[in-house]
Design a protein. Structure first.
Length: 412
């Protein structure tokens, strides 16, 4: 579950404790989807006058072109993704070729980059590669990436992935499908959820997907049952699904999971209750982020993405004020803010000024991911950073925001 540049140190995929969260039908709860990008007319300081914006994007493109010649393959991938969005065909071909790279972390980086590019050929190349590699690590990585960044134009691919025997692929495909609209969603997912030949984990994920359909009430009852009687993996999925509805039954079920010896379901349950605003659960999530063991801290940090904006802000402020976070944990927390519907100003100030270059890089990514023009003046100087990864990220973020203002016929 990486942004396109994190493959330098390929992290383990997050568990279901931190999937993208669905909105209840008619709900206005915050953090139920990606925030709206700032409009072109929004104030952006020095980068927003008529001359500064085109000049900045030209500088960003120049940096990307330099990095395409780097000896570091990750810099090459990052730069190629930036250049694809200004129509560079050679860079597009490079990314296509890199999808079959022998180094899995490089392959994953190329997958994530093509899912991020705005050029329409990016998805075509992903589809073609998936047809050529219907099994194995490519499909695993692709399903993981889509679970973090669902795309409506990949819905049919994800439905086909559910035919695989690989439970890892099915789990992540269902996570991705949870928030996506597609034809006959209820009927098609119900056929999986009600199939007794499916394992309880797959059925739990399917009922989680059905929470976004007219079968919501029936699915909630099934999730309550799976929370009590399902496998450990099914209980984890149920803990997330139950976080979509706050009532006496769901709260009791979540508290039961919190008292269980299933550590992953425990964490997912605490995150769901924290999303309800339960002070005790919020305290647990803060403690897990700040002092958790192993992957626990990273998973807790990533779970913040499925909480309402005010609660996500509260937790983020607490952990960034009280404690020195591990690099990976800090990066996961910033990554969560890509889809939190709240003002990221405090998180960006913290991240962009962090002593750790990996954290600064993630903060620059967040600016680009949210396409927030008012922070262009803050990330522009990173084009000259001594760290090539930060330069690559700044170039990508600026082109993502200002790409429409790039004039191919004008050089710096």
């Amino acid at each position: 579950m990486l942004n396109p540049f994190n493959a330098r140190a390929l992290c383990l995929a997050m568990t279901l404790a931190c999937p993208v969260v669905m909105a209840a039908p008619g709900s206005t709860t915050a953090a139920q989807g990606a925030p709206q990008a700032a409009s072109k007319g929004d104030a952006g300081g020095g980068a927003e006058d008529a001359q500064a914006a085109p000049r900045l994007v030209r500088e960003a493109v120049s940096v990307a072109r330099q990095l395409r010649k780097s000896d570091n393959v990750y810099d090459q991938v990052a730069a190629a993704g930036t250049l694809v969005d200004i129509g560079d065909k050679e860079s597009l071909q490079f990314l296509a070729d890199t999808l079959s790279h022998a180094d899995w972390s490089v392959m994953r980086s190329a997958i994530d980059m093509l899912l991020n590019v705005q050029h329409p050929a990016g998805i075509d190349l992903i589809y073609r590669a998936a047809q050529q590699n219907p099994e194995g690590v490519f499909i695993k990585f692709l399903s993981e990436s889509l679970a973090t960044r669902p795309r409506e134009d990949m819905a049919e691919f994800l439905m086909n992935a559910l035919k695989a025997d690989d439970t890892w692929v099915k789990k992540h495909a269902l996570q991705a499908l949870a928030t996506l609209p597609f034809s006959d969603k209820e009927k098609r997912i119900r056929s999986i959820a009600e199939d007794d030949h499916q394992d309880s984990m797959t059925r739990a994920y399917a009922y989680y997907v059905l929470m976004d359909t007219a079968a919501r009430n029936q699915s909630l009852d099934k999730l309550l049952d799976l929370a009590a009687n399902g496998s450990p993996d099914a209980q984890e999925a149920a803990a997330v699904g139950l976080g979509l509805v706050k009532n006496a039954k769901t709260q009791a079920a979540l508290q039961s999971l919190e008292a269980s010896d299933n550590s992953r379901a425990q964490l997912a349950a605490y995150a769901s209750e924290a999303g309800f605003g339960a002070d005790a659960a919020i305290s647990v999530i803060v403690e897990k982020i700040a002092h958790g063991s192993g992957m626990e801290s990273s998973v807790a940090a990533a779970s913040v993405r499925r909480m309402p904006g005010p609660i996500a802000s509260q937790i983020s402020e607490l952990v960034t004020t009280c404690c020195k976070l591990d690099t990976e944990v800090a990066a996961r927390l910033l990554e969560s803010w890509a889809t939190i519907d709240a003002d990221p100003a405090r998180m960006l100030k913290w991240g962009l000024n962090h002593a750790d270059p990996s954290v600064r890089m993630q903060a620059v990514w967040l600016v680009g991911e949210r396409q927030d023009r008012k922070y262009l003046k803050d990330i522009g100087p990173f084009l000259k950073d001594s760290d090539s990864g930060i330069r690559a990220m700044a170039s990508w973020a600026i082109v993502r925001i200002l790409g429409d203002e790039y004039d191919l016929g004008v050089e710096i």
